[in-house]
Ligand binder design. Structure first.
Ligand SMILES: Nc1nc2c(c(=O)[nH]1)N[C@H]1C(S)=C(S)[C@@H](COP(=O)(O)OP(=O)(O)OC[C@H]3O[C@@H](n4cnc5c(N)ncnc54)[C@H](O)[C@@H]3O)O[C@H]1N2
Ligand code: MOO
Length: 399
């Protein structure tokens, strides 16, 4: 990569940037959340609730049998008056000494005191006997899980399987959500091969395969991965400008100061606004984020694959959270042990194996090598004051 002396000076001057924590905050705070829309449940997975999820009716909506058996009134033995299955309603009334056979999930007749489980019941000649159950036994009372109008899940929560099931249980067919931000990935680097074992001077593209699942884990949706040649100058800017139908354009490579590194030129267009220009972290410091106007955002990730992964966790994850109307994810802390030298004024991000209570640095985390990240559970955020065994914030690697 050819460097002019001016470019080298510019690089040194720009190399610091905001702290890693500040860069996350800036990336998160920059966008307004995307507009909310109603989506059918089947299309809402991965979106973010724009409104709190509230019960429409009490849950459960009726006194419900929690066991297969007999709904009994008064003390036994009980005369069996009929049967009520889940989905049906028994509209008779029960007097003391009477019972209906009942299925789990069926509405319990109003006069029943409890459900006697099948295993505790003895049948003979149209009667059932057994120890008289305590009042209310094996009945899930109407509203005991939640009354009508209760907030079950706050706005800003990502919609996953449990939220979808709960919404259905509340009687919703659609949810008011913010969609997943759409991402186009532009991979630069004329040295890159997309399949097979690379020949002399060539390397395999690691980021085309890495980014779409990472974007999905962050809550976004990759709509395209395109490959952009390093030449001619201006091609990257033209390609960025031509991208439509997405909120985020991620460019990999071209973040540095070499002759073929065109990314910063894309931020010099009218209406563009640099939000973060380099971050005081290692690796990944040449990363950037800019607003391009018209609701579009540019995130520049360094070409070195581990540096790109770190940068994606630094700027892309917070940007996607901000566009989705979610808070900046809180980072858990744990004692981190291992051989890492903190660097004054910089944040180091190192992969760790994390068992939920403590974390241990795994090796193989030079900027171009994803080995440590592939083995680790999280990135430890190592700052000046850290010493072997002291706590550090952790960024979970699954997103
Ligand atoms: N004079 C300076 N040179 C460099 C500096 C600097 O401050 N001054 N910073 C270094 C750091 S740190 C990084 S990181 C890189 C960032 O470079 P770019 O973002 O411009 O990326 P490239 O130059 O295109 O590539 C860097 C490296 O990564 C390989 N690469 C690129 N894309 C991919 C990919 N998709 N999959 C796998 N590997 C990829 C590429 O072949 C290079 O080896 O700049 C340093 N230089
Ligand atoms: O900071 Mo670079 O991003 O070391 O690899």
């Amino acid at each position: 990569m050819l460097l002019t002396s001016d470019a080298a000076t510019a690089c040194t001057a720009a190399a610091q940037g905001p702290s890693w924590e500040r860069a996350r905050e800036l990336a998160h705070a920059a966008p307004l959340p995307l507009g909310a829309r109603a989506l059918p449940l089947a299309a809402a997975a991965g979106t973010t609730l724009a409104d709190a999820l509230r019960t429409r009716d009490p849950l459960p909506a009726f006194d419900t049998a929690a066991m297969d058996g007999y709904a009994v009134a008064g003390a036994g033995p009980w005369r069996i008056r009929g049967a009520v299955r889940a989905g049906a309603v028994w509209d008779g009334s029960l007097a003391a000494g009477e019972a209906v056979e009942i299925s789990t999930g069926a509405p319990v007749p109003a006069d029943a005191r409890a459900v006697l489980p099948l295993e505790r019941a003895a049948l003979s000649g149209g009667r059932v006997s057994g120890r008289t159950p305590l009042p209310g036994r094996h009945i899930r009372r109407a509203g005991e899980d939640a009354p009508a109008g209760a907030v079950l899940v706050p706005a800003g929560t990502r919609v996953g399987p449990a939220q979808l099931g709960l919404a259905a249980a509340c009687g919703y067919d659609t949810l008011h959500v913010r969609p997943r931000p759409r991402v186009t990935v532009l991979v630069t680097g004329d040295e890159l091969e997309r399949r097979g074992r690379p020949g002399p001077g060539r390397i395999r593209d690691a980021l085309g395969p890495l980014l779409p699942p990472l974007v999905a884990a962050f809550g976004g949706e990759t709509v395209a991965v395109e490959y952009v040649s390093d030449r001619p100058a201006g091609l990257l800017a033209r390609t960025v400008n031509a991208v439509s139908d997405c909120e985020i354009i991620v460019v990999t490579g071209s973040t540095s100061v070499g002759a073929t590194d065109q990314l910063r030129g894309c931020c010099a267009t009218p209406g563009a606004r640099m939000v973060v220009d380099t971050v005081a972290c290692r690796p990944g410091h040449p990363q950037l984020m800019a607003g391009l106007g018209a609701g579009r955002w540019l995130v520049g990730l360094p070409g070195n694959p581990y540096a790109a992964l770190v940068a994606a966790h630094t700027l892309l994850a917070p940007l996607i959270a901000g566009l989705s109307g979610r808070t900046l994810p809180h980072l858990p802390q744990a004692p981190v042990s291992g051989d890492v030298q903190p660097v004054a004024g910089l944040t180091r991000l190192v992969p760790v194996a994390w068992d939920g209570s403590s974390a241990r640095v795994v090796g193989g985390h030079r900027a171009a090598f994803l080995h440590g990240a592939a083995l680790g559970d999280a990135l430890a955020v190592i700052t000046d004051g850290w010493a072997d065994g002291s706590p550090a914030p952790l960024v979970p690697l699954e997103g």
